[in-house]
Design a protein around this ligand. Sequence first.
Ligand code: MV4
Length: 451
Amino acid sequence: MKLFKKVLIANRGEIALRVIRACKELDIKTIAVFSDIEKDSLHVRFADEAICIGPANAAQSYLNIPAVISAAEITDADAIHPGYGFLAENHHFAEACITSGITFIGPTPENIRLGGDKAKARQIMKRRGIPIVPGSDGPVLDEDTAIKTAKKIGLPVIIKASAGGGGKGMRIVEDEKDFINTYRIAQREALASFGNSELYIEKYIPEIRHIEVQIIADNKGNVVHLGERDCSIQRRHQKLIEESPSPISNDRFRKKIGELAVKAAKAMKYRNVGTIEFIVDKEGNIYFMEINTRIQVEHPVTEMVTGIDIVKEQIKLAAGNPLIYKQAKIKLNGHSIECRINAEDPERFIPSPGRITSFITPGGPGVRVDSVGYTNWLVPPYYDSLIAKLIVHGRDRDEAILKMKMALNEFIIEGIRTTIPFHKKVFDNKDFVNGDFNTGFLDKLNGKQED
Ligand code: MV4
């Protein structure tokens, strides 16, 4: 098998360690990069080499393209893994890697660009017969067209930024008299947040489930899907709990949504690992939403039920190896759930960085912890507050829930506040246990409107 000799991991935290582990299993040397304040981080300790790329401020280190490329050149890396966040979905960065003769472990720059252009992606999928929510055909380019489109599809509508995603810059309009004002606010917000004011409009669908499909593709255009993940438990567009399979899924549903995902990937000549995001309404109708062109935080639940190491596959595919899986051979076994454990106040979700005075991880069959936490680690205030992912695998959903409850009780993190108490509350909730939830679950749990 063709493989890299040395991979530089252009990331930090648990995902950097996750990639290091995949490289070690493939007998590939690893290079960590770190900012001034992270020399004591575990990704630095466990990599074969480590190189400081700048100050704590991510804009000058983990987001600094020349610094990352130089680090790869100095250390003679033949590939870069971007992880998620930071430079993972920056098509200029993917291009810069290629120009420097370094393989970018991920999709093509063109794939990344389309993933970042939500209005265009919608248009392409529509033309291929993939169901999308009724709305504008691509972007809306002026106010007259916007008003006409909103009237045609009927209120409520949701206005979204073409360059947005992950829920940022979205606005719901319930009342026609508010439309133009909200449209202008959305436009200004999109320009300020993304440097691009382009918008598109969709019918607003209430009480949805957010269901996404993991796909893997080789450089010849072969694509398979690895089943779905249900990511409906979220707060302000931050996912908190993910699972596979979805509680509303069955073989027929999976075949349908899986085939749509593969069709979407083929429509855009997708390469490497990615996720096709859908929303599913109360009636079970499936609509294409977005393409995520990176390895995602929640990938472990898919690994647990398929037995496929997605990060190892990602590296092998990027090295030019063909897919070794046939769709018919991929079976979901049991049920997996992930809780994201953040260094945050569990009630208000405000960051709680600081020194961890005690860190004891849970264990036992079917319990996995992806984390860079340890006793005495100083959780920095500069980056994402995710400090651990707790993943369980059970024969069925009930067993997975029992294991998660046990594991949450065994997980001791002292010195900082974490979202563990929040998760304990969710796993005691009847609706969650019954699989009866949608993206409005947390509002219901708290008895209030959050967004
Ligand atoms: C929607 C929607 C309802 N209708 N689109 C949020 C993340 C992004 N990837 C897609 N999102 C949504 N798109 C249509 N046509 C509902 C969401 C959504 C949401 C919207 C408002 C407030 C909270 C939300 C939580 C999850 C999903």
